[in-house]
Design a protein around this ligand. Structure first.
Ligand code: TYD
Length: 229
């Protein structure tokens, strides 16, 4: 029997206003052009239960431990119901934010203890299929890195800010540092994209990273960019 192709778990990260969301659909289109099945999802959220928790997280005030527990509760449901089944079917999973966001926002931004977050990460992401010692990590994390001042300017008149978007620039400096720390600890799966450039220039960086890994053909990427721009 020919073995099923392995699924790939790709996450999108960055401070609010870094522009990651607009690239997710383009990348999904590029993979679909290559005949892949793609699941596009997000955190907080991604299942009916986790979407309810998202509403609480973005609107209700709570302390950083409560915030972290809710984030990981939603993640557990999301992994069980959406991410793991899709990967087991050999699909591509594109996820708008994942655990790096918890380390960046709750750890960096809120100043919550990252040792506690590491314990929650291990409990939540332990992967039966991979063995009890392995946790489910992304295969690739695209980090849209942008100076917090630029991100704030982009967000200024975009929409009504939620509990996170309304934080001061100083908060986002700490979030950015949180991402930098995660990149340092897991540099093999992180690709830092300079999100201060035009959309096309950021897309070229993103495509370059995937073509280099042999996951995407440059032709599919060009066609997907034309269709979604
Ligand atoms: P996001 O979906 O990027 O917001 P939007 O749809 O408004 O662009 O993320 C929602 C917010 O949740 C974002 O400000 C970051 C925050 N967040 C955390 O604080 N911790 C987490 O673990 C995750 C996944 C997100």
């Amino acid at each position: 029997m020919v073995g099923r192709e392995a699924g790939r778990f790709i996450t999108f990260e960055g401070i609010d206003g870094a522009g990651k969301s607009s690239h997710i659909d383009s990348l999904a289109a590029a993979f679909r052009r290559q005949g892949k099945t793609v699941t596009v999802t997000r955190e907080p959220g991604g299942t009916p239960l986790a979407e309810k928790l998202r509403t609480l997280l973005l609107n209700d005030s709570m302390d950083p431990l409560t915030e972290s527990l809710l984030v990981f509760a939603g993640r557990r449901d999301h992994l069980r119901c959406v991410i793991e089944p899709a990967l087991a079917r050999g699909e591509i999973v594109l996820c708008d934010r994942f655990t790096d966001a918890t380390f960046a926002y709750q750890g960096g931004g809120r100043g919550f203890d990252v040792k506690v977050l590491s314990i929650l990460e291990r409990i939540t992401q332990v992967n039966i299929a991979l063995g009890p010692e392995k946790i489910r990590d992304p295969d690739l994390t695209l980090w849209f890195d942008l100076a917090p001042e630029m991100a704030a300017a982009r967000l200024a008149d975009a929409r009504t800010p939620d509990r996170f978007e309304s934080q001061p620039v100083e908060f986002f400096r700490r979030v950015r540092q949180g991402y930098a720390d995660r990149e340092l600890a897991a540099s093999q799966r992180f690709v830092r994209l300079d999100a201060g450039h035009t959309r096309d220039a950021v897309w070229s960086q993103l495509v370059g990273a995937l073509v280099k890994r042999g996951w995407l053909s440059a032709e599919s990427a060009d066609m997907a960019a034309e269709k979604t721009s």
